[in-house]
Design a binder for this molecule. Structure first.
Ligand code: NAD
Length: 266
């Protein structure tokens, strides 16, 4: 199959590891030029090294998505390196489980700041650049990473669930706000994905007494809640991420696609 993303200049947040890194590498294989941005800049540099050794084009940028100035700088770095910005993937996210009655203001603020505010800032700063480039040069695409927890909530991760419901609201509201600028807003919602985020979550869930031993959160959710009876890996999301950046999805906006093995069916 031919490359799907030729001519696309893309900024991906939280791309030093996990799904963000996998999406960055696949986008580059599909012909995109990729700005790999994350708090962890040495991780970004490793991803860029892998992209370049596979023949792709990429740059590494240090980014805290909660800082508007840093997001603006990441957009500018992408434009300086590649000439324009066509696609942004707002992927950076964190989680820290607490049982419902134990949720603190600090826990709430920390998660909402990165997962909700960080996505809003990412959308706004990317959109300003896209608008400045002119709608005749679109379509432009904003892709936000939601979750199964954009559509339901688990009792041990309520602030995270709220933040991912906020991501869905920003997909819907952003699509309406930006359609006249030839910008679409869509997203994908993974289920249980074996990344460093879930490895840490798995340990934290044992620490708060939700599961007995490490590995249980992934194995039990797979057995009890995932129709396909297996959890996923970053490679399971890359096809949908490519589709949402490619011309195939041009007549689509305001949508959140679940990639969860059949966990949430709405
Ligand atoms: P991960 O922890 O492997 O990677 C997340 C990356 O985001 C890290 O490199 C981290 O440094 C970066 N990051 C964190 N805070 C940041 C900030 N303030 N600014 C910039 N970068 C920051 O996680 P992952 O599992 O690959 O998750 C990627 C996305 O997918 C997240 O939005 C997450 O909520 C979502 N998600 C994950 C799962 C899962 O099961 N792992 C399921 C559904 C949704």
């Amino acid at each position: 199959m031919s490359q799907r993303l030729i001519g696309k200049n893309v900024l991906i947040t939280g791309a030093a590891q996990g799904m963000g890194a996998a999406v960055a590498e696949e986008y580059a294989k599909q012909g995109a030029k990729v700005c790999v941005a994350d708090l962890n800049v040495s991780g970004c540099e490793e991803v860029v090294k892998r992209i370049k050794s596979a023949g792709g084009e990429a740059i590494a940028v240090s980014l805290d998505v909660t800082s508007r100035d840093q997001m603006t700088a990441a957009v500018q770095a992408t434009v300086a390196a590649f000439g324009s910005l066509n696609v942004v993937v707002n992927n950076a996210g964190i989680n820290k489980p607490l049982m419902f009655l134990d949720i603190t203001e600090e826990n709430w603020n920390q998660i909402m700041k990165v997962n909700a505010w960080g996505v809003l800032v990412g959308m706004q700063e990317a959109a300003k650049q896209m608008i400045a480039q002119g709608k005749e040069n679109g379509p432009y695409k904003i892709i936000n990473v939601g979750s199964i927890l954009s559509r339901q909530a688990f009792d041990d991760v309520v602030p995270y669930s709220c933040s991912k419901h906020a991501v869905l609201a920003m997909i819907n509201g952003g699509a309406k706000a930006l359609v006249d600028h030839n910008i679409t807003v869509n997203g994908y919602g993974p289920g249980v994905v074996r990344t460093e985020l879930w490895e840490q979550l798995d340990k934290d869930l044992v620490a708060i007494g939700k599961f007995e031993k490490e590995g249980d959160s992934m194995d039990k959710l797979a057995a009890d809640m995932i129709l396909m009876k297996r959890y996923s890996y970053p490679k399971d999301v890359v096809g949908t991420a490519v589709f949402l950046a490619a011309p195939d999805s041009d007549y689509m906006t305001g949508q959140l696609l679940m990639i969860d093995g059949g966990m949430v069916m709405q």
